[in-house]
Design a protein around this ligand. Sequence first.
Ligand code: URA
Length: 434
Amino acid sequence: MNTVEIIKRKRNGEKLTKDELKFLIDGYLKGKVADYQITSFLMAVYFRGMDDEETLNLTELMLHSGDIINLDHIKGVKVDKHSTGGVGDKTSLILAPQLASLGVYVPMISGRGLGHTGGTLDKLESIPGFRINMSEEEYKSTLGKIGCVMIGQTERLAPADKRFYALRDVTATVDSIPLIASSILSKKLAEGAEALVFDVKMGSGANLQDERESEKLARKLVSVSRKFGKKAVAVLTDMKEPLGFNIGNWLEVEECIEVMNGRKIDDLLKVNNVLAGAMLWLAGKAKDIPEGEVIAEQALDNGTVYAKFLEMVQAHDGSVSYIKDYKNKKRPAYSRKIISDKDGYVNGLDAFGFGVASVMLGAGRKKAEDRVSPLSGIILNKKCGDKILKGESVCELFADDDSKISDALPYTEKAIRIDTKPDFEKKLIIDIID
Ligand code: URA
């Protein structure tokens, strides 16, 4: 087989065989196929797509590019959730300790920022010392002890996805159903969970801009999971405006700590608790998703979730004192507020625009080798539907370099829509596919 011929076949819209896909993936992991060839392959898939059989084969090959963890020794149900990617999308940080505090094991293998969307690993690493790399043994023992664990892919866990993902992030090849489905599922099927909840984002800040495509992705994630013997639910959630108020790595961790300490943020809590409800239902701890949502809500109110979060941070060598000091706001050197020049209503905070702006500020990567800035990002002072007065702040931008604020400013300004009359309808949970 010949790498160039395989790329050419996909470029021309032909269907690739499992052997051809295996040749590419194995060759890449062994250093026989170059980054630029895989990038071309990814771009060809982006334009030409893959049918169900190819997507299933790609998923299976990416899954088997590494080990599949067996968690049978842990007695209890193991459930995880994965998002297709959003802006201000921070629920993993709450859900893992929340479910663990309710007796459900959450083995979580997460990703870094991807395109304009944030990544759980980058957020966790904004906690000084937090280690996202663990051996399989440590991963299992931490899960058994704490009830949750959040790591990145090691060289032995879906390594093909880890390498593809880094290329997709910076080559405009994120928004493709077969690439997203195989990426998510190869990680999730490797981690040992028995049931999966997918948060499939819809709207401008989602990885797929077309709503019908998001729905197709949701159905694909559920059906492929079932083919691999997993119970699965997909929740289609809104991503027209960023979730919650904070966008950026530490800023999002800080907001989650506040929520775990009683702060009420309507949209974040609604999406979080519906996902938690679905996880509890799949775990057999609730008779349906609405009952699970109520149980999840109560857990957040009684302080046990925060205690579990601190336990998890400690197990990952993260600084617990840094977390406990969250009221002492940690901000980078430069900031700028965007002030409304009129009275009116906030009718649009375009999530895609805010996502791009946060990457410009340093919260995400423009090149694969970029380091993200832990403290950079954006805090919204208003949400869609809010009234605003002339002179009030819509949001504040943070960066460790003033030129980054200047770069991000036009994207942010363009993302804000203020009109004299209210014109915004919120629908956070669009559909549930179970
Ligand atoms: N999350 C992933 O892990 N992969 C994607 O492609 C998108 C979201």
